[in-house]
Design a protein around this ligand. Structure first.
Ligand SMILES: [Zn+2]
Ligand SMILES: [Zn+2]
Length: 201
């Protein structure tokens, strides 16, 4: 689970995520103006600090293939899977299909994990105890996680306001963002986007 935000232990400057979830586009055709739920695959992410953008960001969390194969074995026998992440409410057939999609994605994936802000690879994980990330502007400050306990009850993202959830191709290249959702049809509107500039690869 992602912390709500990070803050400097000395000056209390706060750092928040510009987005907290992201998806791969798995459709067989070129991405159009809309995408169906069935063509989206959840991206496993970890919080990190991007040294190129100098910001808090999400980085793809790509475990070795063996872990995906083990997860698929568990899902086939109806047992719970912790990684790759799938929705908790899924029944066993749904979970098996989801983990199967994750496994197929992992087998085809070539590019190493990218920071999802710019597509780069100069990042430092935030969800490890050491090393702590020093706040560059402060003599004594370190950037640490803050978690607020609260509950969110609503009608889901993309209904009353655009969700702006980023969407990537299967190699982690930014394609656009999910904006408005038609809940009845399970379809999202897409706004095309690209990484700020060509990444350093
Ligand atoms: Zn500070
Ligand atoms: Zn970046």
């Amino acid at each position: 689970m992602l912390p709500d935000l990070y803050a400097c232990s000395s000056c209390d400057q706060r750092f928040s995520f510009t987005f907290r979830e992201a998806y791969y586009y798995m459709g067989a055709t070129r991405l159009g103006k809309q995408v169906a739920d069935a063509d989206l695959l959840w991206i496993n992410v970890r919080p990190a600090w991007c040294k190129d953008c100098d910001c808090l960001c999400l980085v793809e969390d790509i475990a070795p293939l063996k872990i995906f194969e083990t997860a698929y074995g568990l899902a086939r026998t109806g047992r719970p899977v912790e990684y790759p992440g799938i929705a908790e409410h899924m029944d066993p057939p749904e979970a098996l299909r989801e983990v199967g999609d994750q496994l197929r994605w992992r087998m085809a994936r070539r590019h190493p994990a990218r920071a999802l802000c710019c597509g780069g690879s100069r990042y430092q994980w935030m969800n490890v105890a050491q090393p702590l990330l020093k706040h560059t502007e402060c003599d004594f400050g370190f950037i640490e996680a803050r978690i607020h306990i609260g509950s969110y009850i609503g009608c889901g993202p993309g209904i009353r306001a655009p969700a702006n959830i980023p969407l990537y191709d299967t190699e982690g290249e930014l394609l656009g963002q999910l904006t408005w959702r038609n809940r009845d049809e399970g379809i999202w509107d897409i706004e095309p986007l690209q990484y700020p500039q060509a990444a350093d690869d």
